[in-house]
Design a protein around this ligand. Structure first.
Ligand SMILES: Nc1nc2c(c(=O)[nH]1)N[C@H]1C(S)=C(S)[C@@H](COP(=O)(O)O)O[C@H]1N2
Ligand SMILES: [Mo]
Length: 197
């Protein structure tokens, strides 16, 4: 039997999406190894205070506990994901972006990147997460650390994040140069580059 959506689920599910209770795994590269002793998170670009953090230093930052929805451009949405980690604003406060900064690119070891305007990541629902629904983030889902940007399609949420770069211009990321929409709002169904104008 197929259960209908509750009114709450209806308003939270963007057009063209179906709800899933499972959690599909999608990525373009092979899962990178994680060595706690050599892992570094690099904050660089146009900031007054560029820095690098070890895994223990990253885990020592103030934490947040946030619940949000996932919307993948391939058509599945997963509601009520509980994330724990470090707020993007916490990283930005330490880095002090220069006034010229307009965009942010998050990096993974493979070279996978995703770009967003600065104001998108400065939202209070954006974090670098190491935990999902109370469990350590599994490697296949981006563990030890992934970005989570709930208000954009999920490809903007870089898995295995190991760095964030502050820029004074936009630079399209891995999927954004391969036919996917630069802005990626799920509720506006901004799926493909040809929709941009
Ligand atoms: N490093 C990296 N991050 C990535 C991807 C990827 O290929 N590499 N794929 C993106 C896409 S398209 C999606 S839908 C989500 C999938 O996350 P999940 O496998 O945890 O569901 O990760 C995003 N982040
Ligand atoms: Mo995706």
């Amino acid at each position: 039997m197929k259960l209908g959506r509750t009114p709450d689920e209806k308003v939270r599910t963007p057009p063209g999406q179906r709800l899933t209770r499972g959690w599909p795994v999608l990525h373009a590269e092979t899962i990178p190894p994680f060595d706690e002793s050599t892992w570094r998170f690099r904050v660089f670009g146009l900031v007054a205070n560029p820095f690098e953090l070890s895994w223990s230093a990253f885990k020592g930052l103030p934490t947040v506990d946030l619940t949000s929805d996932i919307h993948c451009v391939t058509g599945w949405s997963k509601l009520d994901n509980r994330w724990e980690g470090v707020a993007f604003t916490e990283i930005a406060a330490r880095a002090q972006p220069l006034p010229a900064v307009t965009h942010v690119v998050t990096h993974a070891p493979s070279g996978y990147t995703a770009n967003v305007p600065l104001d998108v990541v400065m939202d209070d629902d954006v974090l670098f997460a190491w935990s999902h629904d109370g469990e350590p983030l599994q490697p296949k889902h981006g563990g030890p650390l992934r970005l989570v940007i709930p208000k954009r399609y999920f490809w903007k949420s870089v898995k295995w994040a190991d760095g964030v770069e502050f820029l004074d211009h936009d630079e399209r990321g891995f999927w954004e140069v391969r036919g996917y929409h630069n802005d990626a709002h799920p509720f506006a169904e901004e799926r493909f580059s040809w929709q941009e104008r």
